[in-house]
Design a protein around this ligand. Structure first.
Ligand code: SF4
Length: 315
């Protein structure tokens, strides 16, 4: 397995300002997540904001160190990385963030932005930059321009070119089309899909947009309040969501979806306070199918169907 998270946990200390008078404690952004990414696949990680998916992405990018659990790359724990291992990881695992307006330095020429992850090497770098600009559908000579000379969709292409420049094996896509006009989202998703087929890339796609996740993801992991609630092949999860939270998300996002027509579920209430998540099943205050034991006993992680896992007392 290329990338493997085992029992990943990220708890942040709550500062005085964040507690608003409540007792100090820990914000449990990610709270025991085990997940794997294989070569060439797309793992979609979906959930509402506050589910912990962005923190999980930052752990994958080594921008956050987990407070417990471990992250393994080609079987090696990232906690044991030497400087050489770390440099290898940074080349192999790249990122594209949501907002192409703030992720590109406006004072830098595109050629310097795209070349940023590479060691300086004159002519070879210039040739590589031209090559990746072409791969993302921009002109080979557009490196001489500045970000403001491009549209939002083109800027996201520049961000993708920067991620490609080191020939990575995995790109973490954090809401890659959410900041773009609806009319150009499909173009960027198609570009990402084409690049994956051509280069054999793996993606981790963080998204609250289920339709966008479905377009790219081969496997789906649904997060709620810092935990995984369901994983499985993307098509199977969309066709027959098992966990009541996944059913509610799909029902809200894809109103024409067969399961949504069967069972229209309106999610009320909010994602729980990450400092003090509910006892038992964290989803129980919002779950239309909650039973008495859901309030006290935390559901275990079970293989409900072959390759389909969920944490819910219904199974
Ligand atoms: Fe709903 Fe209970 Fe399942 Fe949680 S464990 S999702 S509360 S039925």
């Amino acid at each position: 397995m290329m990338l493997q998270g085992v029992g990943l946990q990220k708890h942040f200390p709550a500062t005085r300002g964040m507690t608003l008078g409540r007792a100090r404690g820990w914000i449990k952004a990610v709270d025991g997540v085990s997940v794997q990414v294989a070569e060439g696949e797309t793992l979609g990680i979906v959930g509402e904001s506050g589910s912990g998916k962005t923190t999980l992405a930052r752990i994958f990018l080594l921008l956050e160190r987990p407070t417990a659990g471990s992250l393994l790359f080609d079987g090696q724990p990232t906690a044991t990385f030497t400087r050489t291992d770390l440099a290898r990881y940074r080349r192999a695992v790249q990122a594209v963030f949501q907002d192409p307006y703030s992720s590109l330095d406006p004072r830098m020429r595109v050629e310097h932005i795209v070349a940023e992850p590479l060691p300086p090497d004159g002519g070879a770098v210039r040739e590589r930059v031209a090559e990746v600009l072409q791969q993302v559908g921009l002109r080979r000579d557009s490196g001489a321009l500045y970000p403001h000379e491009f549209s939002g969709g083109q800027r996201q292409r520049i961000a993708i070119a920067r991620a490609l420049v080191t020939s990575p094996r995995l790109i973490v896509l954090d809401e890659p089309v959410s900041a773009l006009d609806v009319s150009i989202r499909a173009q960027i998703l198609n570009l990402l899909k084409g690049l994956q087929e051509e280069l054999g890339l793996a993606y981790v796609m963080i998204s609250h947009d289920l339709a966008a996740a479905r377009f790219l993801a081969t496997r789906l992991a649904v997060m709620y309040a810092g935990r995984l609630v369901e994983t499985g092949e993307c098509d199977a999860v969309y066709t027959e969501p098992l966990h009541p939270y996944t059913q509610a998300l799909l029902s809200a996002a894809l109103p024409l979806h067969p399961s949504a027509r069967r069972q229209r579920i309106v999610l009320t209430g909010e994602v729980p306070n990450p400092m003090n998540p509910p006892a038992g099943c964290r989803f129980h205050p919002r779950c239309p199918r909650a039973m008495p034991q859901c309030r006290t006993a935390e559901p275990g992680w079970k293989e409900v169907r072959p390759g389909r896992f969920a944490a819910c007392h219904l199974y």
